[in-house]
Ligand binder design. Structure first.
Ligand code: MLT
Ligand code: ZN
Length: 475
C-alpha cells in the first residue's frame, strides 16, 4: 500500500485533524484490527477512522474520495470470510462505527428498536429483554459482533429457524453512500410498497455499496418460557425423523436445532470450563430448544420420550436450571473450529436442503478421506436451516499437507454441494475468501446485475474493493 506517498500523508493529517485523537488511530495502534478472527487474512491501512456520528462517516468517505483512497468498514472483526480486512495495495482507510453504539429507541407500541451500527448484538438483546421483547439474532460472537456487521453480512445464527436472518429483522436503514451522501431510509413500516425496497440492496452487501450507520429493527414477543435439551442420536440417519418430530410437537415451539459431533464435545470439554452433558457417548448429538408458553418444558420432555420409544435417540437430558442450560449453549458457542481446535483448518459454511445433510456428510467425509487419509472432517451447525459448518482439520498432523491439498478438497466439496442443490455460503457471506468460488454456482447474469448495482452506487470502486463480487469473466 502506498501509505508513504505525499497524498496519503496529506489524507492522514486531514482525517486526524477532522476526527481528533479519539476518532483517528494510526496503524501501529490497530494491529488486532488488521488480522481477521481466524488469522487467515492480514491487511494494512493508513489508519483507523472511528467516527462518532453519521455526519462524520460522511466526511470520512468524502475526504477519502477526494484523495483517491478506499474505505473498508469493520464492525467487531468477527467475520469468517475475510470481508472486513483491508487487503490489497490501494491506499485504504479502515473505518469502524465502534463509537456509534447508542440504542436510540425501544418502541414497545411498534415492537421496534432503533440503534446505531456500532452497537453489539448482545446489547440489543439486553435492551429488548428489559422491555419484555426479543431481539432474535443470536450467535456465539454476540458480545463483540456489531449490528452494522450483522446487517452487512445478513448474519444468521441459532434462531434463524424461527425468526429468520438479519434481513427479516430490518425495517429501515440509514446508509452513507460512496459519494458521502446520506440516505435516510429509517422507516419502520412493515408494509411499504412504494417502489424498489432499497434497504434490501444494502443488507448482505458486505460494505461494497454503502456504510450502514443506523437501523430500525423488528422485535418479537419475549417467550415466557424456554427449555433446552441435549440428545444423543442413535445414528445420523435418524436426524430427519427427529427434526420432523421436534417441529410437529407442538407446532411452532422449536426455536433451535443444532447438530453437534462427539469430536466437538470432546474438544470443548477438554479446552474450556464446560461439563460433558451426559455420560452416554454417541457419534452425533442434537441441541434443541423449545420456546413459547410455560407448557413447552413438558412438551420437550414428551418429545424426548417419544424419540426414545421410536429409537431415534439413545439418551437425552433436559436442562433443569439456568446454569445447566448455559453450560449446553456455551458448549455450542465454542464449537467453531478456531476456538475448539485452533490452528489452520479449511472451513466451509454450507447450506444443503435439510433432508440431504446426512448424504452430504457421507459424501464429503469420503471425498476428504480420499484426498488426505488422516484429515478430520469436522461438522456442526444449524441443521434445522440446512446450514452445516464443515471444517477439514489436521489436529495431529502437519498443516502444510492440508494447505497443499486444500484446493482439491474445496473443488470436491463444491461439487458435492452443487450436486445436492446447496450453496457455499449460508450465513458468513462471500468476503474475500469465496468471491471467486461462487462463480459457476449462479447464472452469470446474477453477477452482471450485481456489478451493475455496484457500478451505479460506487462507480470509482472505493468501498470495500475486491470483496464479494467476482471479477468479470475474461472476454
Ligand atoms: C457458528 O455457528 O458457531 C458460527 O457460524 C461460527 C462458525 O461457523 O465457526
Ligand atoms: Zn453458524
Amino acid at each position: 500500500m502506498s501509505g508513504g506517498s505525499d497524498t496519503s500523508r496529506e489524507l492522514v493529517s486531514e482525517l486526524a485533524a477532522l476526527l481528533g485523537p479519539e476518532g483517528w488511530l494510526p496503524p501501529d495502534d490497530i494491529a488486532d484490527r488488521l488480522v481477521d478472527f481466524r488469522g487467515v487474512f492480514t491487511g494494512s491501512a493508513l489508519g483507523l477512522a472511528r467516527p462518532a456520528s453519521t455526519d462524520e462517516v460522511s466526511v470520512v468517505v468524502r475526504t477519502c474520495a477526494a484523495y483517491g483512497a478506499s474505505v473498508v468498514t469493520q464492525g467487531g472483526n468477527t467475520g469468517l470470510s475475510g470481508g472486513a480486512i483491508p487487503v490489497g495495495d490501494r491506499p485504504t482507510v479502515l473505518l469502524t462505527p465502534s463509537r456509534m453504539n447508542a440504542i436510540e429507541e425501544v418502541n414497545t407500541a411498534r415492537s421496534t428498536i432503533t440503534a446505531q451500527a456500532g452497537v453489539t448484538i448482545q446489547a440489543l438483546q439486553e435492551a429488548a429483554a428489559s422491555a419484555d421483547r426479543l431481539f432474535a439474532p443470536d450467535w456465539g460472537a454476540r458480545g463483540t459482533a456489531t449490528l452494522g456487521g450483522g446487517i452487512a453480512t445478513n448474519a444468521g445464527g441459532i434462531n434463524v429457524l424461527r425468526y429468520g436472518s438479519m434481513r427479516e429483522q430490518v425495517l429501515g436503514l440509514e446508509v452513507v453512500l460512496a459519494d458521502g451522501r446520506v440516505w435516510d431510509g429509517l422507516r419502520a413500516l412493515p408494509k411499504d410498497n412504494s417502489g424498489f425496497d432499497l434497504k434490501q440492496l444494502f443488507i448482505a452487501s458486505e460494505g461494497t455499496i454503502g456504510i450502514v450507520t443506523r437501523a430500525v429493527l423488528r422485535l418479537h414477543p419475549l417467550p415466557s418460557a424456554h427449555r433446552t435439551a441435549f440428545v444423543a442420536l442413535r445414528s445420523l440417519g435418524d436426524l430427519d425423523a427427529l427434526f420432523a418430530l421436534a417441529r410437529a410437537r407442538p407446532p411452532g415451539a422449536l426455536s433451535a436445532f443444532e447438530l453437534i459431533p462427539e469430536t466437538g464435545v470432546r474438544q470443548v470439554v477438554d479446552r474450556f470450563d464446560i461439563v460433558r452433558p451426559m455420560s452416554t457417548v454417541a457419534d452425533w448429538y442434537v441441541l434443541l430448544r423449545f420456546s413459547g408458553e410455560p407448557g413447552v418444558g413438558d412438551a420437550l420432555i414428551d418429545l424426548l420420550a417419544t424419540a426414545s420409544d421410536d429409537g431415534l435417540i439413545v439418551d437425552g437430558v433436559v436442562a433443569d436450571s439456568t446454569p445447566h442450560e448455559d453450560n449446553l449453549w456455551l458448549l455450542r458457542d465454542e464449537l467453531t473450529a478456531t476456538r475448539s481446535f485452533g490452528g489452520f483448518g479449511v472451513k466451509y459454511d454450507l447450506a444443503i436442503p435439510p433432508d440431504r445433510i446426512e448424504r452430504f456428510l457421507t459424501l464429503a467425509s469420503a471425498a476428504v478421506a480420499e484426498i488426505l487419509a488422516d484429515a478430520l472432517s469436522y461438522a456442526f451447525g444449524h441443521v434445522g436451516d440446512g446450514n452445516i459448518h464443515f471444517t477439514v482439520l489436521r489436529p495431529d498432523g502437519d498443516d502444510r499437507d492440508l494447505e497443499r491439498v486444500a484446493p482439491d478438497i474445496t473443488a470436491a466439496i463444491d461439487r458435492i454441494v452443487w450436486d445436492l442443490g446447496g450453496t457455499i455460503s449460508a450465513e458468513h457471506g462471500l468476503g474475500r475468501e469465496l468471491r471467486s468460488r461462487i462463480v459457476g454456482q449462479k447464472p452469470e447474469i446474477e453477477f452482471e446485475l450485481m456489478r451493475t448495482i455496484k457500478a451505479a452506487l460506487d462507480p470509482d470502486d472505493r468501498l470495500n474493493p475486491d470483496v464479494m463480487l467476482p471479477d468479470p469473466p475474461a472476454r
